[in-house]
Design a protein. Structure first.
Length: 339
């Protein structure tokens, strides 16, 4: 009997370990950021969104930048009939504010900025024929604040909340703001959206994917469960090409893929790197012979690895917001690969 138990014990232990090592699976409501200047969604994209049961879009309305002593809106979203007629989607306004806006300012200017953003946002939302400005239930602010600007940014968020007492105020959260939460502080918002991308700098010379590297994501989020506000998670769908000249200076070409370089003008010199064989234009950027182009993109496998890591790390259901809604990006994934 004793020998029988000794034989069975390793099997039981193996089974227990196998069960404990299985990836946790959680439900994810799927939505998208829309970061283009106008709303152009065709039937193919609509059907794709229906397949994901996507009913919400985080709609970038405008940026706020600082010019001299004045903060002003730029990159203003252009309302189209396509947006006005789309009653099936719930829209959350998103405003991007540069960190410089909160440098060297004071409380009076911050309060004025909050008032102006409310006025400007309401005027834009009022244009949407299918959205009543009084039914906005969330407004999101996107700012890469730092320890030196956190107090001013947090003051701004409190001013916004006072202006919208019945509206959920949310903020994007960068990975470094999770890792260094003691230095960067916790924004006074109802909800945060962790941007699980830009894990490294495209010009740092590393061989790894600068858009998303799972090991770096794990390093940044080691203390994720200590973050004191409720979070949802933004994951990338985009790609880019890193163009390097002979002086190792770089430029990014957004949306570039391997397919765009499938031409005799480019010689593939490694898995993701190409040499330019002749002078040419790519997406409006003039490229000289001898330059190199490195493609970085999010494969379905890399995306799945990120979701599985978050599932195991968070241990509860959470929502995913993909950045960003584009037919070109969606064509790279099946519906099941984004669920």
């Amino acid at each position: 009997m004793k020998h029988s138990l000794l034989k069975i014990f390793p099997i039981v232990l193996f089974l227990l370990c196998s069960v404990s090592c299985v990836s946790a699976s959680h439900d994810h409501n799927i939505s998208f950021y829309h970061w283009k200047s106008n709303y152009q969604i065709d039937n193919d994209v609509r059907n794709y969104m229906r397949g994901l049961n996507c009913q919400k879009i985080y709609l970038h309305l405008f940026d706020v930048v600082k010019e001299g002593e004045i903060s002003r809106p730029i990159n203003i979203f252009q309302v189209t009939d396509s947006l006005k007629n789309d009653s099936s989607i719930h829209f959350v306004p998103v405003i991007f504010i540069t960190n410089e806006v909160f440098s060297n300012t004071d409380t009076a200017k911050i309060n004025s900025l909050a008032q102006y953003i409310k006025y400007f946002t309401h005027n834009m939302v009022h244009i949407y024929s299918n959205i009543d400005k009084n039914t906005i239930d969330e407004i999101q602010f996107d700012c890469d604040w730092t320890p030196s600007t956190k107090e001013n940014y947090f003051t701004f968020l409190k001013c916004i909340k006072n202006l919208y007492p019945d509206v959920k105020i949310s903020s994007t959260i960068r990975l470094h703001q999770i890792k260094d939460m003691k230095e960067t502080g916790i924004p006074p918002v109802d909800k945060g959206y962790l941007m699980c991308y830009a894990t490294s700098n495209a010009n740092d010379g590393m061989d790894s994917n600068s858009i998303l590297n799972i090991d770096l994501l794990k390093n940044y989020t080691e203390n994720l469960n200590d973050y004191p506000i409720d979070l949802d998670y933004a994951l990338p769908l985009f790609s880019w090409g890193i163009v390097s000249n002979k002086k190792s200076q770089i430029k990014l070409i957004n949306g570039l893929t391997h397919n765009d370089l499938d031409s005799i003008r480019f010689k593939r010199i490694s898995e993701n790197r190409y040499k330019v064989r002749e002078d040419c234009f790519i997406n409006g950027l003039y490229i000289n012979k001898g330059y190199t182009i490195e493609i970085e993109q999010i494969t379905p496998t890399l995306l799945r690895n990120a979701i599985e890591y978050l599932d195991n790390k968070i241990q509860k259901d959470y929502n995913i917001v993909y950045y960003h809604l584009s037919k070109g990006f969606l064509n790279r994934y099946t519906i099941d690969e984004l669920k």
